[in-house]
Design a protein around this ligand. Structure first.
Ligand code: 5HY
Length: 238
């Protein structure tokens, strides 16, 4: 099967890192195709960035509709443009936040989210409410690590994430950590080893859940609000 992984920001190095994380867990028969929007912010760190990212996801979903990916993963923790992508595509579309919350719900009676800038915590909290996980998510914690600072993967970033996770686990009395940024995917294995609790990377969770849905022959409901978008004149970005 062919899975589309969309990095909704426009940093190519991050798209590549996300693609590598997806390929590292994909089944032997799964091909990962990674893309990013042709316009938009280098990183997504707030409501304004999310608005541009959602439009970028809609652009990439519209382009992918021509080859109809078996499933599509939106590799940004705000799940921007999720509903739009579900309208435009036939196969399942999974946001990494939604996938990570579901994965955590199978593993512990409570989980903590550790994310990047504190100002983006509200976005994660709203996703927890939207997806119905208030009873399981015991806290969302910012580290004030900028998204693009994750790329350098220095020991300092890892140490900061580990420390924030320890505090979150203790303060929340939770049993699992959800990583609140696609850029944290490469650090998941090390954090799992050092923390000794389940640490969920939404990219990996979404890839495996996408594969599972495809192998069950399940696709997005294409009537009603998820029917294909109504075709109409469209004025492109200048
Ligand atoms: C992400 N931003 O996963 C989010 C993380 C965040 O560019 N990719 C981004 O802070 O919302």
């Amino acid at each position: 099967m062919k899975l589309l992984v969309i990095n909704p920001n426009t940093t190519e190095a991050m798209t590549e890192a996300i693609a590598n994380a997806a390929r590292s867990v994909a089944a032997p028969g799964t091909e990962i195709v990674a893309t990013q929007p042709s316009f938009g912010p280098a990183s997504i760190e707030g409501h304004f960035d999310e608005a541009w990212a959602a439009a970028g996801v809609a652009e990439q979903a519209q382009l992918a509709a021509s080859w109809n990916p078996a499933a599509t993963i939106l590799a940004c923790f705000g799940d921007p443009g999720l509903e739009a992508a579900r309208e435009a595509l036939q196969g399942p579309v999974l946001g990494i936040a939604e996938a990570a919350f579901h994965a955590a719900s199978f593993l512990a009676t409570g989980f903590s989210v550790v994310t990047t800038l504190t100002r983006t915590c509200i976005i994660a909290e709203r996703l927890v409410q939207r997806y119905g996980f208030e009873h399981l998510c015991r806290g969302v914690h910012g580290t004030d690590i900028p998204v693009l600072a994750l790329e350098d993967g220095t020991g300092e970033v890892l140490a900061q994430l580990e420390e924030a996770s320890r505090i979150a686990l203790e303060r929340d009395r939770s049993g699992a950590v959800v990583l609140g940024c696609a850029g944290m995917a490469p650090l998941c294995a090390q954090l799992t080893r050092s923390l000794g609790v389940p640490v969920i990377d939404g990219v990996a969770a979404a890839v495996k859940m996408g594969e599972a849905l495809v192998s069950l022959g399940l696709k997005t409901h294409k009537q009603g609000d998820y029917a294909l978008p109504i075709r109409k004149p469209f004025k492109a970005l200048r």
